[in-house]
Design a protein around this ligand. Sequence first.
Ligand code: ZN
Length: 257
Amino acid sequence: MLIRDITRLTDCRHGHLILINEQGIADNGDGGVLQPVTRWPEGAMALGYWYQTPVAVLFVEDETPWPAARDWLSRLDADSFALVSTALQVVRWAHDHRFCGRCGTRMKRRQGEFAMECPECRHRSYPRISPCIITLVTHGRELLLARSPRFPAGRFSTLAGFIEPGESAEEAVKREVFEEVGVMVGRISYFRSQSWPMPHSFMMGYYAEASSRELLIDGVEIEAADWFLPEQLPGLPPSYSISRHLIDNFLHSIAWY
Ligand SMILES: [Zn+2]
C-alpha cells in the first residue's frame, strides 16, 4: 500500500518510479506501473513509500503511446488504484502550478510537502481537489438512473455534480438531483468516498430517498433518466466506480442478487 509520507524523502533520489506522459502511464513489462528500483532522474517527485520502498512519479515529455490512465484504473486493485490516483494528481498539480496565480512569478517546490510557493509574494498552491457528490436516488425498490450524452450506448448511472462554494454536501445532493432530473429528495445518508483523478475529483457517495417521482430532465447534462426495478436494470457503470458500488450495495441491502 502507499504510505503518503514525504517529509523524510527530501534528499531521497532512489526507489520505484512511475512514468507518466500525455498519453498515459508506462507499463513495467510485467503488467504494473511500478518501474524497478532505480536512481530517480531530475524532476521526479516523491509520493511516499510503496510498502517500505520510496516511490516517485516523473512526467515525461514524449508521445510514446502508453496505456491510458483510465485503462489502468479499470483493472488495478484498490491499493494500486490509490497509488496511480495520487501519481496522476501530483503530476497534474505540478504542471498546473508552475507560475504564481497571484503575481505570475515561477513557483518553487516546498520540500517535504505537496506545496508550491511563490518566491516573490509567498503565495502557496496545494494540489487541487474538487469535492463532488454522487448519489443513488431510490424510491422503495426502484433506482433512479440517468445517462449523460458522454456515456457509452445503453449505460445509465447515478447522479453526480460538484459542490459549490458555501454549500454542504447534503445541500449539493438536493440541488443536483433537482437540477438534473427535477426530483425532490428527503432522507440522505452517507455511503463512502472515492478519489477520482480525472483530473482531481473527490467523490462523496450518498443515498437519497426520493420524496417526488415525476422526472423533469435538464436535457444538457442528462439526456435520459428513469426509475428502474432491480429486475430490469439497464447497462451499469464499471465495477471499480463508486457509482457501481452505490448501486450494488443498494441491491444487496434489499436482498436482490
Ligand atoms: Zn506570487
